[in-house]
Design a protein around this ligand. Structure first.
Ligand SMILES: Cc1cc2nc3c(=O)[nH]c(=O)nc-3n(C[C@H](O)[C@H](O)[C@H](O)COP(=O)(O)O)c2cc1C
Length: 366
């Protein structure tokens, strides 16, 4: 289904080659001053056609606000925002609808919806739907920053086997958008760019990972047992197409640690209770503990590739050799960085309202 959250609730709509992509946000408190330039800037970070390592589909992704914002402030009623689709070329999909692309959702969508789904450009399974997450996330980021000083930052930590070590947030603020792969290490960034360009020339694609950090989260976000912060973050991040694994804090490294190494020990710094390490990634018992929330997300290589691969004709079951044409990201990771930030912001905003850290009216007009 297409609705996420209960207190800060988003409903997304649109398909890759339909009229528009959009979102309705319900439950955003009234009186939040909205910086429209900031929303557009976030969209520009995700926009297609921004560099040689992204798809050549050229969209301006210009934001249109249809409701819920008046005199520059949220009104408390549903906020509806859209971006039109302009640069659509559906020819490949019209000719090849019966040949599911290996690795894409064409096969499962065909069986799930009996072939009625809009398959052009991947339809609702296209990376394009994540523009709606970014619009909603930009509002959530403003809400979190304004009311709780929460800041969220994501960056590329790995592409095609080229990786950087986890890094301190304060060291990389301002660095992430300095190169087209959004990796804060300029030397590794160059290697990543070369690797993507090589894969692209070979008609292939690469996967990778994105690290995300959220700071200044209060203690107490998360509603155990079933609406834990980890659970809700993971659910939301898994709605981003191509995401295949999520880790919190030390993640899979926990399997190689002893308890004495894994436990984050308590200390008091400037009167505040903290931990000397952050292996739990800022979450204990499904509840935020006040330390930075640390999430690693792994994305698979883009399924649509020019390299020939075997598929079948979904109607007569004959095998076929398929080379996917059209415009595709040779690596999804750089464009997914702002999407991860957005989705994390949406979930934190939802939990912050639910736990009573953000009121339903932020400012009162005198
Ligand atoms: C920002 C973004 C851009 C994407 N671009 C493409 C693309 O150009 N071509 C493609 O085949 N898949 C692309 N994808 C991934 C597919 O949408 C995704 O792999 C597919 O829907 C199958 O879903 P799954 O990989 O989650 O199982 C993109 C995903 C994101 C988040």
């Amino acid at each position: 289904m297409n609705t996420l959250g209960t207190s800060f609730k988003i409903t997304t709509f649109g398909e890759s080659h339909g009229n528009c992509i959009g979102v309705v946000i319900d439950g955003c408190p009234a009186g939040l001053r909205i910086n429209v330039d900031h929303i557009q800037k976030e969209l520009d970070r995700r926009r297609p056609g921004q560099s040689s390592v992204t798809t050549s589909r050229s969209e301006t992704d210009t934001l249109e606000i249809l409701s819920g914002i008046f005199h520059g402030y949220t009104t408390g009623s549903p906020i509806c925002m859209i971006i039109p689709n302009k640069s659509t070329d559906s020819s490949f999909y019209e000719e090849n609808w019966m040949y599911p692309r290996p690795g894409h959702a064409d096969f499962t969508a065909y069986y799930k919806y009996g072939g009625f789904n809009d398959n052009r450009g991947g339809g609702m399974f296209s990376g394009r739907i994540t523009a709606s997450f970014v619009i909603a996330g930009a509002i959530a980021k403003q809400l979190l920053s304004e009311s709780l000083n929460i800041k969220i930052l994501a960056y590329t930590s790995s592409i095609g086997g080229i990786s950087i070590s986890p890094t301190n947030l304060t060291e990389i603020i301002g660095e992430v958008d300095q190169n087209i792969v959004r990796c804060p290490d300029p030397v590794k960034a160059k290697e990543m760019i070369n690797a993507i360009e090589k894969a692209k020339q070979e008609g292939d694609s690469l996967g990778g990972a994105i690290d995300c950090v959220a700071i200044n989260t209060p203690i107490g976000l998360g509603e155990p047992l079933f609406d834990t912060l980890e659970g809700d973050l993971a659910k939301a991040i898994f709605s981003i197409p191509a995401v295949k694994a999520i880790e919190f804090g030390a993640g899979t490294k926990f399997s190689q640690m002893k308890g004495s190494e894994a436990n984050d020990q308590y200390l008091v710094a400037n009167g505040i209770i903290k931990t000397s390490s952050n292996n739990s990634g800022g979450i204990l018992g499904g509840i935020s503990n006040g330390m930075p929330i640390i999430i690693k997300t792994t994305l698979k290589p883009t399924p649509s590739i020019r390299k020939h691969q075997n598929t079948i004709n979904i109607v007569n079951k004959n095998e076929k050799d398929l080379s996917t044409q059209g415009r595709h990201d040779p690596c999804i990771v750089p464009r997914a960085v702002p999407v991860i930030e957005a989705v994390v912001a949406i979930v934190l905003a939802d939990h912050a309202i639910k736990a009573g850290f953000i009121k339903h009216v932020l400012e009162k007009l005198e």
